[in-house]
Design a binder for this molecule. Structure first.
Ligand code: BGC
Length: 449
């Protein structure tokens, strides 16, 4: 049995206080970040080099009257969904069929996300699955939500700038995504499925919300990845209002702590997607792990130098965002669920009560910072759209982090309200589930008009 030395004596309390400061984002910080984010938007719109790519979508928001049946591909990460969607007008829709497929399945012996796989193989696999959903003989317009930074030249093409979310498939960067898909559909014997639009998932989310809510003008994803788009009233292309994909996950005018630096340095693309690496579901577990493992190595937590030095805690990405959520949702007496997970994960049998409390506190620091940083970027966008908040705005948000992380939505809300005060009541946050898939169908409908 370990000695139950109180945290004040071991130095754990001091270490936690330091971490509180490192992960804290004050209201003052929120204002500063929002201002820098707004400036980066202006830089991007003016074509200057900067962290925000400001990618045009060639789409306005929908009227809500779009109708018909459309195929939708939602390519958001290592899972791809295919939907058959019926748009009924008046903001109503039905999902007639759906299918979800993993891009990697060790049991089935494939992984299309590796650098050794090619775009041709990846899209052949996708096209084969689309074929199974399409009714033979019917002609379909297909909307494609492709959730990676891509530059469009019109509504139906998008060239992948670079992969994110640690995907590495070869021969896709620099290629036109819908052309790859169209060619694969032909090869797979589905020429009657015609790609008509390709959009980012943030754009899909905004389209889906705006289909029934004309006040929706910001779309965002808080899931494995993070990004935001908005309806720019005067885009540089001078064609009237257009949705712009900010690729805000790449924003970097932020202060990073030592754990952010470590995570970035060890990641697939150091220096890129710095905001995303502080806020998104792909990274929150890893950030928490880095903090916890540092405290363990210092001998301040979980029995100090754990006998199993190369054990799971010291393996990159061995803690996922689900475990962060588990720590925050555990309302059992004595944090019994968290204790059970610890035992299963790294064989710790006798965590002390304040160690469990410390773990939960660390999870909360990481998750709360994420919610507040994201809110700061929304404040930056609102500054561009409506600095005096004269109108109502709906921010449509999709993604597992926003939907499932305990306290996340509340964290975003309270950060917005803390800065906007009364004005906060004119900004609604709306969970828009499956927005990216439904939005793809709406985009296909808009393109076909
Ligand atoms: C991608 C964005 C995407 C976001 C959410 C990021 O990694 O760069 O294009 O919108 O993830 O899926």
């Amino acid at each position: 049995m370990r000695q139950a030395e109180p945290p004040e004596k071991t130095g754990l309390s001091d270490a936690l206080r330091k971490l509180d400061q490192w992960f804290n984002v004050t209201d003052q910080d929120l204002r500063g970040i929002a201002g820098r984010f707004h400036q980066a938007m202006l830089d991007g719109l003016a074509g200057a080099k900067g962290p925000l790519k400001m990618l045009p979508s060639f789409l306005n928001t929908p009227s809500g009257l779009e109708k018909g049946s459309f195929l939708a591909v939602d390519f958001g990460g290592t899972n791809v969904r295919i939907l058959l969607v019926e748009l009924r007008g008046n903001g109503q829709f039905n999902i007639l069929k759906r299918k979800s497929l993993p891009l990697k399945d060790p049991a089935a012996g494939y992984d299309f996300t590796l650098a050794t796989a090619t775009g041709g193989e990846l899209f052949d696999f996708l096209a084969g699955q689309i074929k199974e959903i399409a009714v033979p003989g019917e002609v379909y317009a297909l909307g494609h939500t492709f959730s990676f930074p891509s530059r469009s030249y019109d509504i139906n093409n998008a060239v992948l700038i670079n992969w994110t979310k640690e995907i590495k498939t070869g021969q896709v960067e620099g290629r036109d995504i819908n052309q790859l898909l169209a060619e694969a559909l032909k090869r797979q014997g589905s020429p009657e499925v015609i790609p008509a639009a390709v959009i980012n998932d943030t754009v899909g989310t905004l389209l889906a919300a705006a289909y029934s809510d004309p006040g929706a003008d910001i779309g965002s994803i808080c899931g494995t990845g993070h990004n935001t788009c908005y309806l720019e009233p005067s885009p540089p292309l001078g064609r009237g209002p257009m949705i712009i994909n900010l690729e805000s996950g790449n924003f970097d005018r932020l202060s990073f702590n030592v754990f952010d630096q470590r995570l970035d340095q060890a990641s697939e693309k150091p220096g890129q997607q710095r905001l995303e690496k502080m806020v998104s579901g792909r990274y929150l577990g890893e950030l928490t792990r880095l903090v916890v493992s540092d405290l363990v190595r210092q001998g301040l937590l979980l029995g100090g130098k754990h006998p199993d030095w190369d054990g799971p805690l010291h393996k990159p990405y061995s803690i996922g965002t689900e475990q962060v959520a588990l720590a925050l949702s555990d309302d059992s007496p004595g944090l019994a669920h968290l204790a059970a997970w610890l035992e299963e994960f790294m064989g710790v049998k006798d965590p002390l009560p304040w160690e469990l409390a410390a773990l939960r506190h660390l999870a909360s620091l990481v998750a709360t910072r994420s919610a507040r940083l994201i809110a700061a970027t929304y404040l930056g966008v609102l500054k561009r759209l409506d600095p005096y908040l004269k109108d109502r705005h709906t921010i449509a948000i999709d993604g597992s982090l926003y939907e499932k992380m305990p306290g996340f939505e509340r964290g975003v809300r309270s950060a917005l309200d803390g800065v906007l005060g009364e004005g906060g009541s004119r900004v609604a946050l709306k969970l828009t589930k499956e927005g990216s898939g439904i939005g793809a169908a709406i985009a296909a409908a808009m393109a076909s008009q």
